[in-house]
Design a protein around this ligand. Structure first.
Ligand SMILES: [Fe+2]
Length: 313
């Protein structure tokens, strides 16, 4: 599949009011106009797209969809053919849903773990429209997507890897250098960052471990860090630099109880001509000062009762 990256993501949250303050004033997101058919949800712009993140009112905090961007209409059609050829069931988004997402067309399907994915093309876009929620250099999204996501999976099966590589056309990146068991992948068209999605093993549990977003400069990382410290928000990891990526970043918890990794690229990603196996996760910093998974990673039957029961997870 000719996928670019994660175009948008949707969440349910019981903490919408907290996001309304935190999104613009800590992260620098712009509050976007909510679609008329979804006026009680909170939409954030991160660049000139209509939106990148959508928070819908819910009883618990959870990710509800991951929207993968197909390069264009022809690649979108091809993606449907690939799903059909692998016997993967999908539904076609109706006009209302496409308008809500601001896209031409979309399809929906679940991965073997149960997470909901969408593939779309042509999201609404207005050049030079992004106004950050606070003084901020902006986010590097445009032609690569909103960033990367690390999801937790209750079981670790070959089926998931096969699905990501053979159906979704992902490239294998590696295992990561953390202590846990985590597999990293990136889309076929991503040649700018090491990964778009990763799955970490959390027996019996599901949820987001973190989302990495790329900001314009080290200054944006530092200023966000200061605001996080001033507000005494919970940190997961201090400032640091991963061994395998030329990035500086830190991790803190947002109102939904998963972490944001706020990342500045120090130089372009070096590519991966061989599979990296770092001696340690980070060359400096990234001291783990909080839990490595936040409170939104919970028993699968609690987070996704429509998929898991207490017995099945
Ligand atoms: Fe990350």
């Amino acid at each position: 599949m000719n996928l670019i990256g994660i175009g948008y993501m949707g969440f349910e949250t019981a903490n919408l009011d907290a996001w309304r303050d935190y999104g613009p004033n800590v992260m620098g997101f712009e509050i976007a106009a909510s679609p008329t058919q979804d006026e009680h949800s909170l939409y954030f712009k991160m660049d000139d797209r209509r939106h990148r993140l959508a928070f819908h009112p819910g009883e618990i905090d959870r990710v509800t969809y991951i929207g993968w961007e197909a390069r264009n209409r022809l690649d979108f059609i091809e993606a449907q053919q690939i799903l059909n050829s692998h016997g993967v069931e999908f539904s076609v988004g109706d006009d209302t849903l496409c308008e809500q997402r601001g896209v031409k067309e979309l399809i929906r399907f679940r991965d073997p773990v149960g997470y909901q994915h969408e593939i779309f093309y042509a999201q609404k876009w207005t050049p030079r429209s992004f106004r950050s929620g606070r003084p901020h250099g902006g986010f590097i999204c445009d032609d690569r997507g909103l960033g990367h996501v690390v999801l937790m999976t209750p079981t670790f099966t070959e089926e998931l890897e096969t699905f990501l590589i053979e159906v979704m056309g992902m490239q294998w990146y590696g295992w990561g250098a953390g202590k846990g068991k985590t597999q990293f992948f990136r889309t076929k068209l991503n040649n700018q960052t090491s990964h778009d999605i990763a799955f970490g093993h959390a027996p019996g549990r599901m949820g987001i471990q973190h989302i990495g977003v790329f900001v314009d400069s080290v200054r944006d990382v530092g200023e966000t860090y200061d605001i996080v410290l001033e507000r005494e928000l919970d940190l997961m990891m201090t400032l640091g630099q991963h061994s395998q990526d030329p990035h500086i970043s830190f991790y803190h918890f947002n109102p939904s109880g998963f972490a944001f990794e706020c990342i500045a690229e120090l130089e372009p990603w070096q590519g991966d001509p061989f599979e990296l196996n770092p001696e340690k996760m980070s060359t400096w910093g990234h001291k783990i000062v909080g839990p490595i998974v936040g409170p939104s990673v919970r028993p699968a039957a609690e987070v996704y009762p429509e998929i898991y029961t207490d017995e099945s997870a």
